[in-house]
Design a protein around this ligand. Sequence first.
Ligand SMILES: Cc1cc2nc3c(=O)[nH]c(=O)nc-3n(C[C@H](O)[C@H](O)[C@H](O)COP(=O)(O)OP(=O)(O)OC[C@H]3O[C@@H](n4cnc5c(N)ncnc54)[C@H](O)[C@@H]3O)c2cc1C
Length: 462
Amino acid sequence: MHFFIAKKCELWYNDIYMQCGEKQDFCNQDLCGQSTRKHCTPQGYQASSAIYDLVVVGAGPAGLMAAGCAAARGLGVAVLEGNAKCGKKLYITGKGRCNLTNDTNAQGVLDNVVSNPKFLYGALHKFAPKDTIDFFESRGLPLVVERGGRVFPFSQKASDVTSVLQQNAQKGGVKFFLETKVTGVQCCEQGASSKFVVKSSGRQFFANSVLIATGGKSYAMTGSDGSGWALAKNLGHNLVAPMPALVAIEFVQDTKPLQGLSLRNINCKILHKAKVVKEIFGEMVFTDKGASGPIILSASSLINRWSLADTRLQLDLKPGLSFEKLDERVLRDFALYQNKDFINALDDLLPTKLIPYIVQKVGIAPHKKVNTIARQERQNFVNMLKKLEFEPSKLGGIDFGIVTAGGVDTKQIDPKTMQSKIVPGLYFAGECIDVDALTGGYNVQIALSTGHLVGNSVGENI
Ligand SMILES: Cc1cc2nc3c(=O)[nH]c(=O)nc-3n(C[C@H](O)[C@H](O)[C@H](O)COP(=O)(O)OP(=O)(O)OC[C@H]3O[C@@H](n4cnc5c(N)ncnc54)[C@H](O)[C@@H]3O)c2cc1C
């Protein structure tokens, strides 16, 4: 039996597989718990004789980008993906259209990163949104910029983004192993032929570097089920507790009567312990138990580490008008509808569904004639339009988050290379790391930038 280092794809076609029980020279790790120094094939496993420069676990944007970059540098790369196809989560991004980046610069992305922006500084400056745009357009996928700088494929098909990434990797000779769920990554002892053994059901792979790019834990049916974190943990890494992010929020207040109501061009102040921490402008939609939509999703990413009892969301329904200007406007409406009941005088000001809710909350009798409303009552009403408060009671479950906050602790990863500080040769990229960003294409950009950095750093010392 002879073995080779897989440097070029032609060689991979020479893969030799051996049944469990045979001896081989790859490494001296005792995986089956009973073997000798030279026996590293666990019982019931087949072994490929190739030793890859890089084995990538997970074929999302991070893993595919890393694989393509490493292969372009002449490295022998294998991608192991649990699903029968690559980029299953990418297919559902941006409602199937994939908002793959934002038309901004590296700092513009970092400004929208919630967890550990400093850690991402190098990765985003080395591969910025402009590089993402060039990468896809130069490979035949035209892009368009939409509202808020969101960048989508002109075709409006997320599957085209995956195809470009996959074809780029394939062109470089990357070997794909689909339906290959990785269950273990083990380091070999010094002097062994390969540094790592990567185990999947019924099969094992040998590698000098391994990239864990297994994503987060949300929308687990896409394959990103958190199993990658167990691999990292078994190799000695800390995990920052995973939390839902970019997820709907439930409120203490009964929002059933408002369900389905969309509010546009409103301002949301996020208050923690009565202090304004952030303001977000945009749109939201009420659900039966709370709210969702862009500003609520963003708010969830900011409040998911706080005690919700100390948190309030304060909506300004008329952010274009100061309190005084809005009061003047309300006065004009009240003059116009002076003989109407209060509840019937608000149609010019508010969406129909919101009127009974606001009337009940402000405490003015709904059938009070407008011309009998006192100045203080009117000002309370104006105040409510500027400061409509909701108390979050619960965030949506982790499976329903657009992203997962938390993950592999950034303190244990070198930001210049994405290499583990604990296990040399082990790398991390994308959402499996404790990084997350707001909506706008920033999360895919993070996956691409960190993947690009791995692909261009890995193997420098091979
Ligand atoms: C509904 C939805 C919409 C979104 N829309 C956008 C958007 O428009 N713009 C944006 O920027 N972000 C969006 N995101 C977030 C974005 O999709 C992710 O941040 C991004 O895909 C992360 O890339 P990744 O490569 O790190 O991980 P993933 O894309 O999650 O890929 C990880 C891969 O690893 C595989 N895997 C996991 N464990 C194993 C294992 N043990 N063995 C083998 N393979 C394994 C998985 O099957 C998966 O294919 C959206 C997310 C969701 C859920």
